[in-house]
Design a protein around this ligand. Structure first.
Ligand code: ADP
Ligand code: MG
Length: 207
């Protein structure tokens, strides 16, 4: 079972990955956006880590809802409300259970991803974070490791796409040939999940 502590460690792992990859994310966003994706997420997940330490929410749902609220209030760019919605809606779908199964997380995450699609109006192939999140959600029922692989493949697959949503869409055909920053950070989010101990095979695989 995945408890509140597991979800706090997941969010801390995301913050660490975003710190490590901030320059790369900003570089990707300078090619087809406005060069702020790394700093946006660093500020956002730094604030998430701080608020989780301060308030210490006691259920998986409460951890993700608080993290999502914090992203929405600290990240000005498009990615703040979108990632905020992903975490808030995933958390809401988990309810108030003190611990959840991997299967419950997979179901809740699919609800969160659907909410991102609804909020941003994007679909698969539009060269957005959804190109990593949708395949990850589909694979999470198999295992967190499968979801990480699917998200990384999904992010790589955005390179030849033309952006149809967000700032990158203003570039039209010139958006082709670059990996989408949001799909890249989504792959970090899922890799952090797969790397958090307690997920997948490390707890016997039947959590
Ligand atoms: P901004 O575009 O406001 O500068 P960021 O640079 O932080 O915000 O985030 C850009 C990323 O947000 C894009 O790479 C893309 O993945 C994602 N994004 C933008 N618009 C949408 C949308 N409508 N739906 C889904 N994802 C989107
Ligand atoms: Mg940007």
């Amino acid at each position: 079972m995945l408890d509140a502590d597991f979800f706090r460690r997941w969010m801390a792992a995301v913050a660490a990955a975003v710190d490590r990859e901030a320059d790369h994310l900003t570089e990707l966003d300078s090619a087809i956006g406005d060069a702020d994706h790394g700093s946006n997420l660093q500020r956002g997940f730094g604030a998430v880590t701080a608020v989780l330490e301060k308030e210490s929410p006691q259920t998986p749902g409460a951890v993700l809802m608080l993290a999502g609220r914090q992203l929405i209030s600290t990240v000005g760019g498009a990615s703040g409300p979108l990632y905020g919605t992903l975490l808030r809606r995933t958390g809401k779908a988990l309810g108030d259970a003190p611990a959840v199964t991997e299967e419950q997380l997979a179901e809740a995450f699919a609800v969160g991803v659907a909410a991102v699609a609804q909020l941003g109006g994007a679909q698969a192939g539009d060269k957005t974070m959804l190109d990593a999140l949708l395949p990850a959600a589909a694979a999470l029922g198999t295992s967190p490791g499968a979801a990480r692989d699917a998200a990384e493949a999904g992010a790589a697959a955005t390179v030849p796409m033309q952006a149809r949503k967000g700032r990158a869409s203003y570039l039209g055909e010139r958006s082709i040939g670059h990996q989408d920053p949001g799909a890249t950070s989504s792959a970090l989010l899922i890799a952090a999940l797969a790397g958090t101990s307690g997920a997948g095979a490390e707890n016997g695989g039947d959590a």
